[in-house]
Design a binder for this molecule. Structure first.
Ligand code: ADP
Ligand code: ASP
Ligand code: MG
Length: 436
């Protein structure tokens, strides 16, 4: 059994949904995870934003605009009046729910419920289309088996138990469909796995069921060796190890949600990145193998803030770094890059919501310098320290670009640089030219 996940663009219109169904039916008995139609989750965020500001009229206008789009797609999706009515009745129940929040006091639960509706509608549409065509399709609600633990992380044991029970109760299907992104939290309320989180759903399901393979179908032919939005002439990377893929996803390669590699990696289930628009393209395979002596790809993560703490007290002081890290831990802010010298330490964060109290506390330990609007450029591949020459090739490529931090040796497959966001494109282009 395989898990196939299709992203927003892949289910972005009636025609795309039909193409997805064709792909899905090439093999029977697989699990299909769907995102919301592209643009829908953004629209739902906007609707929630209007309710939060008690502007019900703004929300209603947005809901009606979204409904118009869905009615057009439903018209194009079905051949029979019976199925058009069935799907329209379903999406109208969703739009009625969205309108109903005008009369309730807005809170976090309402926000999460609003955001969940995109995946609920897309899975219903695809299910009805396949039923209309006469296929045996089983729609299972992610809200019946996806669960977060008390720590806010997915509860793998719960997911495995409930998903297995649901599938064992009826495994006679051509296709089994479920929603990406949405889950329940530890208290049983509707929640989600963060924006772009459908990849994570697919990986969690694939790991829970020890699937043969997890396929992430999107709008590009696999992981490219550089960011195709910034650099021309990038090309797909045929193979990545789990570690390499995790680094690239974490450091900005948008094709994969940052957390999605972990479950697949622990379960040893290979991940394949494929292109819905060009299904015969080879894409990228991600598994346990490590190809030696190769630089695979470059990625960039924006909106990074660097903090430098300089202190004469650091000189030979055991426990100095510990004091610094404790401050970040207390404010639940994770650190991405670190570099140290005898008199100071520089580190980076991407979540600046607690920056001000963090800086207040750090000032007790040293003199602080903050650099905002920075970007981490991350080069991934076989970067074991015995491989002489790779680091020099990479740093040579970046000559002429001011480098605020360099981090190497933290793992065997990553070297990272902190540059100004304004220099990001130049740095990515220079690396592509020198390395690929
Ligand atoms: P989906 O909606 O299917 O989840 P996403 O938009 O999340 O798709 O991810 C696919 C996009 O990721 C591509 O269209 C591409 O612009 C972007 N992307 C960024 N970096 C890379 C990369 N290194 N390789 C491939 N795609 C990338
Ligand atoms: N629909 C959600 C989003 O747009 C989840 C996803 O597409 O992965 O973020
Ligand atoms: Mg995505």
């Amino acid at each position: 059994m395989k898990v196939l996940k299709f992203g927003g663009t892949s289910v972005g219109s009636a025609q795309r949904m039909k193409n997805v169904c064709e792909l899905v039916l090439k093999e029977r008995g697989n699990i299909v995870v769907l995102s919301a139609m592209s643009g829908t989750t953004n629209a739902l965020v906007e609707i929630a934003g209007y309710y939060e500001r008690t502007n019900a009229e703004g929300a209603h206008l947005c809901i009606n605009k979204l409904r118009e789009k869905y009615l057009l797609e439903i018209e194009a999706l079905h051949e029979s009046a019976e199925y058009r009515e069935k799907t329209t009745a379903f999406v109208d129940s969703v739009f009625a729910l969205l309108h109903s929040f005008a009369s309730t006091e807005y809170d976090d639960k309402i926000e999460k419920t609003i955001l969940a509706q995109g995946e609920i509608m897309s899975t219903n549409m695809v299910t009805n289309y396949l039923q209309e065509k006469g296929f045996k399709v089983r729609l299972i609600s992610a809200l019946d088996f996806m669960r977060l633990g008390e720590n806010g992380e997915p509860d793998s044991a719960y997911i495995r138990k409930h998903l297995t029970e649901i599938l064992n109760s009826d495994s006679d299907f051509d296709v089994c469909i479920t929603q990406g992104f949405i889950t329940r939290d530890a208290a049983g309320n509707i929640s989600n796995l963060q924006r772009g989180g459908s990849d994570y759903t697919a990986s969690l399901i694939g790991a829970a069921l020890r699937a043969e393979e997890i396929q992430i179908w999107t709008d590009i032919d696999g992981m490219h060796n550089n960011d195709p939005r910034e650099v021309e002439g990038t090309s797909p990377v045929p193979h990545l190890s789990f570690e390499e893929a995790a680094e690239l996803a974490y450091f900005g390669a948008k094709i994969l949600h940052p957390t999605c590699i972990q479950p697949a990696r622990y379960a040893g289930v290979p991940v394949r990145l494929l292109n819905t628009m060009d299904p015969s393209a080879a894409g990228t395979v991600i598994d346990n193998r490590m190809v030696p002596n190769a630089i695979k790809a470059v990625a960039a993560k924006d909106n990074i803030t660097a903090i430098k703490i300089v202190s004469s007290r650091m000189l030979l002081a055991a426990g100095f770094l510990n004091m610094v890290f404790e401050v970040f831990e207390r404010y639940n802010t994770s650190i991405d890059m670190i570099t140290t010298s005898e008199v100071g330490v520089s580190l980076t964060i991407d979540n600046t919501s607690k920056l001000s109290p963090i800086l207040d506390e750090l000032k007790r330990y040293g003199t602080i310098v903050v650099d905002k609007d920075m970007c981490i450029i991350c080069v991934v591949g076989d970067l074991r320290w015995g491989n002489v020459g790779f680091e020099s090739r990479i740093t040579n490529a970046l000559h002429g670009i001011p480098l605020r931090m360099i981090s190497f040796g933290g793992s065997d497959h990553n070297i990272s640089f902190l540059v100004k966001m304004a220099d990001k494109r130049k740095a990515l282009q220079a690396l592509s030219k020198a390395l690929f």
